[in-house]
Design a protein. Structure first.
Length: 289
């Protein structure tokens, strides 16, 4: 315990091994505490903090994992230069209300190459899955481990990564994982840019252009709700206002990600800037005729 402004405050526990994590989990389970899990790759921002705050309201204790998961990066992606700052992350996680951080090494999580492959299948054929082959299989690999190791009652994911959320929800539902997946809305900068650990890699000029992603989505949403195809207008708008290259703009049903878009829909895009690939999306309802 540590004294802070006259009140006793639990010190955030830093856990680096599976053995220690099992101990922490069993101590909490023994007291009947509900466990909320917030999986992240660190370099925390207000988006991650909102996940922790939401988890803290709904659970007795919150475990945040910080693990830059090599399995979800392709050979030419930014695994090596993904930003990391453990000291700052610990402070932010504690401020947000986390009780423990699980920050294992890659060797701790993947002591050997497993022969078993978990595949996201059809759900990875669209959006980011198309341009990042194997990415969601890597995500499923790590979350399966984290769900089992943490024995969490609830796990928290951001709508910012809506395809990831849909795939994880499907994993949990289809294979009866004993936990609930909770969705948290995207946290944005005042100008609309979705918070992301990768935003630090934008140049000044790109940062000034980046709010146009959200603006393009808003415009496309109105067109889609009005029964029109939003893609051409969004493509033109981004072409005029952003120096980045459009990776995709897609309108799909959500969460099943098909091209039959009546009902719950996702309008999503990805833009590749020089050193940062940004994604964003809006979820909304399209009424049938
Ligand atoms: P990451 O560290 O980028 O893997 O993200 C960890 C979790 O935080 C994922 O569930 C993300 O969807 C979520 N997240 C990332 N950015 C945001 C944001 N701007 N708002 C809300 N959640 C976010």
């Amino acid at each position: 315990m540590q004294l802070s402004s006259g009140k006793e405050r639990e010190v955030l526990r830093l856990i680096e091994t599976i053995e220690e994590l099992k101990q922490w989990v069993s101590e909490n389970k023994a007291t009947g505490a509900g466990i909320g899990l917030v999986p992240t790759m660190g370099f925390l921002h207000e988006g991650h903090m909102k996940l922790v705050e939401t988890a803290k309201r709904e659970n007795d204790v919150v475990l945040m994992s910080i693990f830059v998961n090599p399995a979800q990066f392709g050979p030419n992606e930014d695994f090596e230069r993904y930003p990391r700052d453990m000291e700052r992350d610990q402070e932010l996680a504690q401020t947000a209300g986390a009780d423990a951080i699980f920050a294992p090494s890659a060797g701790e999580i993947y002591p050997r190459e497993s022969a078993i492959v978990i595949s996201a299948g059809r759900l990875a054929d669209q959006l980011c899955g198309k341009s990042r082959p194997g990415h969601f299989d890597g995500v499923l690999k790590v979350v399966t481990k984290l769900f089992h190791l943490s024995e969490a009652d609830r796990a928290y994911f951001g709508q910012k990564d809506a395809q990831q959320l849909a795939i994880i929800e499907s994993l949990v539902e289809d294979f009866n994982f004993p936990l609930e997946i909770r969705r948290v809305e995207t946290v944005r900068e005042p100008d609309g840019l979705a918070k992301s650990s990768r935003n630090i890699y934008l140049t000044g000029q790109e940062r000034a252009e980046a709010p146009h992603l959200k603006k393009a989505l808003e415009m496309g949403k109105q067109l889609a709700i009005g029964g029109m195809d939003p893609i051409p207008a969004m493509t033109d708008y981004l072409g005029e206002n952003c120096s980045g290259t459009i990776d995709y703009i897609q309108l799909l049903s959500y969460p099943d990600l098909t091209e039959n878009v009546t009902g719950e829909a996702i309008l999503a895009l990805a833009v590749q800037f020089e050193k940062a690939r940004l994604i964003d999306n809006l979820l909304f309802t399209i009424k049938g005729n």
